[in-house]
Design a protein around this ligand. Structure first.
Ligand code: FAD
Ligand code: FES
Ligand code: FES
Length: 1340
């Protein structure tokens, strides 16, 4: 045999044009860690490690000697073993451009179009777009969106990235409305002044400035690799790792030999199933067979019967092949191919589709495979081969359920798949519903096929498969048999639904939950199929069936379009303002280019120190239990493991001032799954993580187990104190109102999902016990204090440094402090530098998120909609430690009035203590939940009183000068302005009428619209919490270095601060530098949060600059036309200090909780959003059609950054209210631990039309240049989508005869939308009696 497994092969591939060889390549080394650790190319980022986020995107290029073509494709470096790269050329973000040589147009445009905030996702975005442009220099909008669908961004809200990408698009994607002969795209760069002091523009950039895309400038494919592919003898390559042997056969014969020798070894193609299984499920393979370039596996044959496609073809190649075929072959023959194409457009992201193989998808037999149901109904056959010969098996229900005799034998491989042509009178359809439209596994999918008797509507054959229901794809075989010979009419539809629901069994506690919803989808898809076929039959022979009722027409139309439009209206800078003065101008984030070139350095990008060690956590697997024993002996035996620390090592240490009674590592008892129990320290991160799995902890479960808010209420388990505010006389007012309504709403939690996971690097110095702590935190002072406390050293020995943070949103404060302290403890214990970077699943599990809320209310109102009395209770799920839970409750109570003056108001708030991970700060800090409760109550008042919701909102809104329920004065003029302007800009009433008309004409699709006002009070609770300090140095060459205590976490605070210094000192921004934040430069800084970071630090910088100017005034006035270099030199000569610290005292703030009144806030940010949506009543799917936002921002310091904050927060709010759903088991185990299970908004969730307007400038007392902080407020405006969905659901319910008030909880996922649109299909679904089963998940 030619299979030679003796000597190891040498691995050879190229990275960014440079040859890389590895004599001892380890199959366990993924390209991502190889790039980052071995080649120090840290531009490629880790975001999830499982192919779900796109942060690690690179471009792979391969030469095919058969076709003589080079294929360029994007791929996830986290799923590619380096051993799979033999002969490939890898291009990373560093390879396409950088600030030292040349910036690539893709990098330039994403940065200059303001498409970066924290910048952590940017290299991945760049590489996805770059890979597309390498193949298609002028892509269409559809191609663009497909290429980017696998990339997530948590900051920007995507709109500016889309704008940047569109600049590469074909002109055919223009608006198509050539008024005056000019396409609006041609005008987009223009800034159109309007009368009110605002300017309207389509974009915040000048396209003319951009370098053109010049494909001739790109790297050529390395000639050496081409030669190798052409000339090198084809020999199996073998790589021996520490634990795994990787065999890469290059001929079919060798592949079959290898499989015969190692029948248990997987055939790794794209590694998108095997890789995640090994990583996340702990499945281990000591031998891996990975075929490379085997012609038979990539062949495509057109036979008389159909298409035979090599099992090694990637899903992207499959899509291309099928796209060509459906153009060439008559439609009746390509029914299965068209159905496959429908799913191939949305299946995963492009990086996955580019590497995942047809064979891998088929053989994996995932329950959610989008291909198997279609291949099965299409009567596909599998061509198998082994050393003993070839054979064929059908891809049918027996194969899918792995029945003996119908499956592959261990020594067999799949060579190709034959997909027959469809026949005349045969129709195939594909359906899928996922939690998110793109890059999300289906909840349920289906393939359906029917064949009719010639020219008749009598069923000759029918076949239906469903995915997502059981452990694999299932077939409704018996039902189909009963339908043969029947006529295709409504009668058979009803019968088919009943038969299928009977046959496809789904127990009430089935894994994945959503049981009733899944059953509804089973019949909804069947109905859609019925209509689709009806339509097709009608086209073939109109006499065969009746016309579809007119109001059913839209049911088959695709909900999702890929076109995006945006109009941005922002404030015009005063014409008298100096050109050099940057305040008020839309200046790009100053790290924008570094973000897109990958040169921006994040904590884990810093090179490893000599003798650096790694730390990983063992966490509790029980929600409430006694720790019986901890056995770390096996872990300690693993070579490379240095130590395992337990709670006993930290017994004398506590953070007395910070975490009341909280243990850093649990010792006797655990209170939540995910609680930290042990720490493993090893000489590599892989070993540390592997060793954590070897630590054995024995538990004994304890009672009570309190997981939900309802559990906590039952057990009276609350954190102290309970908070309450009472305003007016609520009880008395209830006696005089026309109507009283009671209700409740539940709002789910939210995971921060910052793209950069928690990262810490501690470097101890023997001398004087000093330590440098590099940490991705919003609160370096807290990290410093906690580290000092755990090490029992004074704070002056601990220096915390933060260059930038890859997103935080409130999640990188307290929790990061704890993690930093433990890492520092490990560094002290070992005397070595220690690095701790959480994996995504650990991060989600350990660090908590936004508090879930339950709001209960009683509201009294008059028949004209005036709310006279409101009695409300907020319960939040705080988790197992206090953290910020009471503070969140307090702010929730203070902000719960949202934009409304309610004359008699009582609000109580209680934070529940539960056995869940501890929840913490999150953008908006209680307001997004409290506001939704109030808005939900108002929506119900409108429904009950029969008034339009916008009328009830308007009638109850604050008007002009008034006082809040805690008796702080409020001037609501701008609130009303925002509302009125939004009403006008959105053409609210005209569109509402159009929506009503649409809803009358469409039974299964409904549209909805909602307009929601917002009043967001700004303040941080105390004078001390708002203070800030800054430091400004002027050097003798006239350059300036500034530091302040704000953290750059994407919001662009450093850019704004340089703008401030530029204005204050009257020097160009290019003269000013800002390096990062450090407790060494500025002591005692406050946590960056609460939307005030730019406000307070800007004032501190202003102070420092003014001190310097005062000192330099005599010198400058003597030489007014001098340069900064001259003035600095002169000051130095006169011994005048060129360095100054500035301080801002903070804002006066008081709140007396005893009296329930005070002045806790500095000012209010106002806004209004109007959103329109369309829902598919049969599936619960929805589309965000349009959103208009009007914001009162005072005077914007930087409109580009401020618009970025508004739209980024808005999209995060859309995620909170419509998409993001944390799921826990009844034992308190988190199911949703990564992007595979937890869906944050993606490109497809951006409203197709997204317009943002700022009110004309207004003066705001006591703020920096009259600006307002915008970090958090607009998140709440995402609720306009929630209420637009509510409106659409209401229309559906009313039409179906469900009158009366109904409750919708948040998030309004497809499941909730579908189940709220009750109809004849949901009625068919058998319901399981609550309490008769243990559900898969619980609502916390
Ligand atoms: C983030 C993410 C999102 C996804 N989303 C979707 C989705 O929306 N819809 C969907 O359908 N799928 C989805 N998937 C699953 C993906 O489509 C499959 O993992 C993929 O098709 C498997 O192909 P592969 O080449 O990567 O398989 P590999 O991981 O390389 O192999 C998988 C299995 O197939 C076997 N195998 C592969 N080829 C052969 C062969 N020729 N002969 C015998 N056995 C073989 C291997 O032994 C192994 O057991 C997603 C995956 C990820 C990671
Ligand atoms: S890190 Fe690779 S896709 Fe997320
Ligand atoms: S800029 Fe995209 S994740 Fe922060």
């Amino acid at each position: 045999m030619s299979l030679a497994l003796n000597g190891p092969s040498e691995l050879l591939f190229y990275v960014n044009g440079r040859k890389v060889t590895e004599k001892n390549a380890d199959p366990e080394t993924m390209l991502l860690s190889y790039l980052r650790k071995k080649l120090h190319l840290t531009g490629t980022k880790y975001g999830c490690g499982g192919g779900g986020c796109g942060a690690c995107t690179v471009m792979i290029s391969r030469y095919d000697p058969g076709t003589k073509k080079i294929r360029h494709y994007s791929a996830n470096a986290c799923l590619l073993s380096i051993c799979s790269l033999y002969g490939a050329a890898v291009t990373t973000v560093e390879g396409i451009g950088n600030t030292k040589t040349r910036i690539h147009p893709v990098q330039e445009r994403i940065a200059k179009c303001h498409g970066t905030q924290c910048g952590y996702c940017s290299p991945g975005m760049v590489m996805s777009l770059y890979s597309l442009l390498r193949n298609i220099p002028k892509p269409s909008m559809d191609q663009l969106m497909e290429a980017l669908g696998g990339n997530l961004c948590r900051c920007t809200g995507y709109r500016p990235i889309v704008d940047a990408c569109k600049t590469f698009c074909k002109a055919t994607d223009c608006c198509q409305s050539k008024e005056n002969g000019i396409c609006s795209l041609d005008q987009e760069g223009e800034l159109l002044d309007s009368e009110e002091g605002n300017r309207t523009c389509k974009k915040l950039f000048q396209e003319e400035e951009f370098q053109p895309l010049d494909p001739t400038q790109e790297f050529i494919f390395p000639p050496e690799l081409m030669m190798m592919a052409e000339k090198q003898p084809k020999r199996t390559r073998v790589f021996y790792g520490n634990r795994i042997t990787w065999i890469s056969p290059v001929t079919l014969r060798d592949l079959l030999e290898a499989k015969a020798k190692y029948p248990d070894a997987p055939i790794v193609m794209g590694n998108t199933t095997v890789g995640p299984d090994m990583k996340f499920k702990g499945i281990f393979h000591s031998v891996i067979i990975s075929p490379d370039g085997i012609a038979e596996l990539n062949a495509i044959n057109y036979t008389d019967n159909g298409l035979t496609i090599g099992a090694g073809c990637s899903l992207a190649q499959l899509k291309d092949i099928l796209t060509d075929v459906v153009l060439e072959i008559p439609e009746q023959k390509t029914q299965t191919y068209r159905a496959l194409l429908k799913h191939l457009r949305t299946l995963a992201g492009s990086q996955i589709r580019n590497v995942a193989s047809l064979g891998g998808n088929v053989i994996s037999r995932h329950s959610t495979s989008d291909l198997n149901p279609l291949l099965a109904v299409g009567n596909s056959t599998l061509n198998l081969a082994s050393k003993d010969g070839k054979r064929q098996i059908p891809l049918n229900d027996q194969f899918l359920m792995r029945a003996r005799g119908s499956d592959l034998k261990p020594e067999e491989i799949l060579v190709s798949v034959n997909i027959p042509y469809s026949r005349k009178w045969e129709f195939v359809s594909a359906f899928r519903q996922a939690p998110r439209q793109e890059n999300a596994l289906a909840i349920v999918n289906s393939g359906m096929r029917v064949l009719f008797e010639e020219d008749a509507n009598i069923i000759r054959d029918i076949c239906i498969f469903y995915g997502g229901i059981g452990s694999t794809t299932v077939c409704a075989k018996k039902s189909c048999q009963k339908l043969i010979g029947r006529v295709w009419n409504e009668e058979i539809l009803g019968e088919a639904c009943r038969l299928v629901l009977d046959e496809i069994f789904l127990p009430a506690s089935a894994p994945g939950g959503m049981v009733e919803y899944k059953k509804s989808l089973i019949v909804s898809f069947l109905f859609k199929f019925y209509l689709e076929v009806l339509q097709n039959l009608k086209m073939m022979n109109p006499s065969l069936c009746p016309c579809l009722p007119a109001e059913y027409g839209s049911v088959l139309e695709d909900l999702h379009s890929k076109d995006y439009e945006a109009v941005l209206r922002y404030q015009k800078v005063d014409t008298k303002q100096f050109l050099q003065d940057p305040i008020g101008r839309p200046i790009m984030h100053l790290s924008g280019i570094n973000h897109t070139t990958g040169e921006a350095v994040y904590c884990d990008d810093m090179p490893a120190h000599d003798q650096e060690l790694f730390l990983a956590f063992v966490t509790s697997s029980r929600a409430h239990a006694k720790i019986v024993s901890i056995d770390a002996s096996e872990a300690l035996k693993l070579p490379g493991v240095i130590n395992v620390l337990t709670g006993k090592d930290l017994q004398d240490v506590n953070f007395k001032d910070y975490l009341e009674k909280e243990e850093i590592l649990a010792t006797d008892e655990v209170f939540a799954v995910g609680q930290l129990v042990c720490v493993v320290i090893a000489d590599s991160d892989d070993k540390a993580k592997r060793a954590t799995r070897l630590v054995k902890i024995e538990y004994s479960d304890l009672e009570p187990l309190i997981l939900t808010i309802e559990d906590a209420i039952q057990h009276n388990s609350f954190y102290e104190p309970e908070r309450k505010i009472e305003y007016g006389d609520v009880d008395e007012a209830f006696k005089t109102v026309d109507q009283i309504l009671e209700g409740e709403i539940h709002i789910g939690g939210q995971e921060h999902f910052y793209m950069e996971t928690q990262s810490i690097r501690v470097v101890p110095y023997g001398e004087d016990k000093e330590m440098d702590v590099y940490v991705s935190t919003q609160d370096p002072r807290l990290a410093q204090d906690m580290v000092a406390s755990i090490l029992r050293v004074p704070s002056n020995k601990i220096m915390c440094h933060v260059k930038r943070v890859g997103g935080a949103f409130g999640g990188k404060a307290t929790k990061t402090g704890i993690l930093a302290a433990i890492t520092a403890f490990a560094a002290k214990k070992t005397g070595c530098p220690v690095r701790c970077v959480l994996e995504r699943r650990e991060d989600i599990l350990i660090t908590g998120g936004r508090h879930p809320y339950l709001g209960k209310y009683k509201v009294g109102f008059m028949n004209d909609g005036r709310i006279m009395a409101l009695d409300i209770v907020h319960y939040s799920n705080g988790g197992f430690t206090l953290d910020e839970s009471v503070f969140v409750i307090e702010l929730g109570i203070l902000k719960m009035d949202n934009a409304y003056k309610i004359p008699n108001l009582r609000c109580r708030g209680l934070a529940c203590k539960t056995n869940l991970p501890s929840n913490t700060a999150f953008r908006g800090f209680g307001y997004p939940q409290a506001g939704l409760i109030t808005e939900s109550c108002i929506t119900k008042v409108a429904a009950q009183s029969g008034l339009p919701p916008e009328k009830v909102r308007m009638i109850n809104m604050y008007k002009e000068i008034d006082e809040t329920h805690y008796k702080q004065e409020i001037d609501a003029t701008n609130l009303i302005k925002c509302w009125n302007e939004c009403m006008e800009i959105s053409s609210y009433y005209a569109r509402k009428a159009m929506i009503e008309d649409f809803n009358k004409k469409n039974y299964w699709k409904k549209k909805g619209i909602a307009i929601i006002p917002m009043k967001f009070p700004l303040g941080v609770g105390s004078l001390a919490a708002g203070q800030a300090a800054a430091l400004v140095h002027i050097y003798l060459d006239g350059s300036v270095l500034v530091t302040h205590c704000g953290i750059e976490m994407g919001q662009g605070v450093h850019t704004k601060m340089i703008q401030v210094v530029s204005r204050e000192l009257g020097m160009p921004m290019s003269n000013i530098h800002l390096r990062g934040t450090s407790t060494e430069m500025i002591p005692n800084g406050n946590c960056s949060g609460g939307s005030v970071v730019a406000d307070v630090n800007g004032m501190a910088l202003q102070d420092a600059c003014r001190i310097l100017l005062k000192r330099l005034e005599p010198i400058i006035s003597k030489n007014p036309y001098g340069t900064w270099k001259e003035w600095a030199q002169e000051a130095f000569n006169q011994s005048i200090s060129l360095s100054a610290t500035g301080h801002f005292r903070g804002y006066e703030s008081d709140m007396d909780w005893e009296k329930g009144e005070g002045h806790p806030f500095v000012y209010f940010v106002f806004g209004t959003a109007c959103s329109e949506v369309e829902i598919d009543c049969l599936t619960g799917d929805h589309k965000n059609i349009r959103t208009d936002i009007v914001m009162d921002v005072g005077r914007s310091i930087n409109p580009a950054l401020d618009i970025g904050q508004v739209e980024g927060a808005f999209i995060q709010g859309v995620g909170l209210y419509t998409l993001e759903e944390l799921k826990y088991s009844p034992e308190g185990i988190l199911y949703t631990w990564g992007p595979e299970h937890y869906k944050i908004p993606s490109f497809c969730d951006v409203p197709a039309e997204f317009n943002i307007s700022f009110l004309p400038p207004s003066e705001v007392a006591r703020t920096l240049y009259s600006s307002k902080g915008l970090g958090e407020s607009a998140l709440f405006l995402g609720s306009s989508v929630f209420f637009a969905l509510h409106d659409a659901i209401l229309a559906a319910r009313q039409e179906r005869g469900f009158s009366g008030v109904f409750t919708l909880n948040s998030p309004l996922t497809p499941e909730k939308i579908r189940m709220a649109c009750e109809d004849k299909f949901t009625k068919m679904v058998p319901k399981d009696k609550p309490g008769s089963y243990v559900p898969w998940d619980i609502r916390i």
